[in-house]
Write a protein that binds this ligand. Structure first.
Ligand code: NAP
Length: 294
């Protein structure tokens, strides 16, 4: 079998950024200032700092006003209070169209703080229960950018989702579960696997589409795949100083029909889609203001 097609994220990401840049220019013209994206950073870890730099650079490329809000401190209780206060201030700031909070949060600071505080209209990474509920019910809201990027990669692979057997490995609220809902909405037949799944290989082997979001390097290997499967690797792991995914690329590319590399696959598309969510948030806030004023 010939090697799988590599689904690189960069070309798709640059198409999206071009469209966003045009919308940003139009927004700026109308408002006199660009839409703002605030990234709240609560405690600092090396990988999240790399991610932060990438987001801010991507904002600058399309003219979005990207900024960071630091929530310093050692004491988890004080940090949690300050985190909630920072999000409330950003909710009230009309120049900020979207808010994301860097994950992982420090130990002792729960995601619930963010979920309770963030304005659903500014929740461009889809963690507020309103947005999660809209997705669950099949209505439009904000979905997590990573899950959106994985879905977009499947679309771009050319694979037919309707009627396909899909396996999603990982059931987190930010990647695995939202993606499972999105794929079900597009009529795939879904199996969601996790750390307690018995015989993962047997589940993977029956799938036309395999998405891996476990944070476990080498979890899926070529011998587990159905020939011709589309493989989307969401994992980001650092092994011996190198960034690798959850799929053993070399064995998998000999069996799959299309596969995303790590790095360079889902990651760049996630960033570009986050910018497009930001622009959509800005437009929806405009519509809400017009509606209130009417
Ligand atoms: P997470 O919250 O840690 O969830 C991991 C999921 O994988 C859990 O559901 C876990 O099962 C499951 N899992 C772990 N080990 C497993 C195993 N051996 N077999 C089967 N399932 C297993 O992680 P996440 O936030 O969803 O992120 C997943 C991966 O995506 C990470 O590598 C992360 O760095 C990466 N990521 C990438 C992007 C991007 O833009 N490309 C963005 C965000 C995250 P249980 O539920 O049973 O614990």
């Amino acid at each position: 079998m010939s090697p799988a097609r590599r689904l690189e994220g960069a070309p798709f990401a640059s198409e999206i950024r071009e469209r966003v840049a045009a919308d940003v220019a139009e927004y700026r013209e109308r408002h006199g200032y660009p839409p703002g994206l605030a990234v709240v950073v609560c405690g600092r870890s090396a990988p999240s700092m790399v991610y932060l730099e990438r987001i801010l650079k991507a904002c600058a490329q399309v003219g979005i006003d990207g900024s960071t809000v630091d929530v310093p401190g050692e004491d988890a209780e004080a940090q949690a209070l300050e985190l909630a206060a920072a999000i409330h201030r950003l909710n009230d700031d009309p120049t900020v169209a979207g808010i994301i909070v860097q994950m992982p949060l420090p130990p002792g600071v729960g995601l619930r703080i963010v979920v309770d505080a963030i304005d659903p209209l500014k929740d461009i990474d889809g963690i507020h229960p309103l947005n999660a509920g809209l997705l669950r019910l099949g209505y439009e809201g904000f979905v997590p950018a990573t899950a959106h990027a994985a879905l977009e990669m499947i679309h771009r692979s050319g694979a037919s989702i309707e009627g396909a057997d899909a396996v999603v490995i990982g059931r987190s609220p930010v990647v695995g579960m939202p993606l499972a809902f999105m794929l079900t909405r597009e009529h795939a037949t879904l199996t969601v696997c996790h750390s307690r799944t018995r015989d993962l290989a047997a589940k993977v082997r029956q799938a036309d589409i395999v998405v891996v979001a476990a944070g476990h390097p080498g979890l899926v290997t070529g011998d587990m795949l159905k020939p011709g499967a589309v493989v989307i690797d969401v994992g980001i792991n650092v092994v011996d100083g190198r960034v690798v995914g959850d799929v053993d690329f070399h064995s998998a590319e000999r069996v799959a029909s299309a596969i995303t590399p790590v790095p360079g696959g889902v990651g760049p598309l996630t960033n570009a889609l986050l910018l497009s969510h930001l622009m959509r948030a800005a437009q929806r806030q405009d519509q809400a203001t017009e509606h209130d004023g009417a």
